[in-house]
Design a protein around this ligand. Structure first.
Ligand code: GSH
Length: 207
């Protein structure tokens, strides 16, 4: 079985949602990112020496890291090919283009906003960077419902996580398409399940 190493609300939520969207059986182990420990007290650095989530342990015991690659791995194994079109289909590269944009341009621009030792000036600089990237994403999304149009593909759960971070850290008022996307994603059973599992949606017990 696959095992996802995650931290609540972190970028690991993207593959966590994808696993549920594509219906892949898996185990999910919570990581204390400060202590670099698992819930049983064992050392997470033995799983992923980089000390970050996500990490995906394969049935062979190999551990795959880097969100964009973990999402591709899962997408290529989905019984539902639309989530990542196969080789030979040009739209595969459009999907990967979006994943790469989110991981390199958006995701890492948030990092200083979460760091207590980053100055207000640094935070303001990165908030402006994020705003510019969200201008592009909002236009790209349009009426959606998803980044690629009618079908959910692997960058959508990733964008959902980034939209949640943006809402919390800088507000989403300037990006109405992103607000609508986030609301649509929040209605999805896979998203609700993961939010409950990660302890971020309290009103119903996890089944
Ligand atoms: N390059 C990695 C970065 C992953 C990453 O930044 N993960 C964050 C959570 S969103 C983390 O684990 N941070 C803990 C730390 O930096 O100590 C990837 O794309 O998967």
């Amino acid at each position: 079985m696959l095992t996802l190493y995650y931290s609540p609300g972190a970028c690991s939520q993207a593959p966590h949602i994808l696993l549920h969207e594509i219906g892949t059986e898996h185990d999910a182990k919570r990581v204390d990112l400060k202590a670099k420990k698992l819930e049983d007290g064992s050392d997470y650095l033995k799983v992923n020496p980089k000390g970050v989530v996500p990490a995906l342990q394969l049935p062979s015991g190999e551990v795959l890291t880097e969100n964009s690659v973990v999402l591709q791995y899962l997408g290529d194994r989905a019984a539902w090919p639309e989530v990542l079109p196969p080789l030979g289909n040009f739209s595969r590269y459009r999907v990967l283009e979006l994943v790469n944009f989110i991981t390199t341009e958006l995701h890492k621009s948030f990092t200083p906003l979460f760091k207590p030792d980053a100055s207000e000036e640094t935070k303001a600089y990165f908030a402006r960077q994020i705003a510019g990237k969200l201008d592009y994403i909002d236009g790209r999304l349009g009426a959606g419902p998803f980044l690629m149009g009618e079908e959910l593909t692997i960058p959508d759960p990733y964008l959902f996580v980034m939209a949640g971070w943006a809402e919390k850290m800088i507000g989403l008022d300037k990006w109405p398409n992103l607000v609508a996307f986030r609301e649509r994603m929040l209605e999805r059973p896979a998203v609700r399940h993961v939010l409950k599992f990660e302890g971020l949606l309290q009103e119903e017990a996890v089944a």
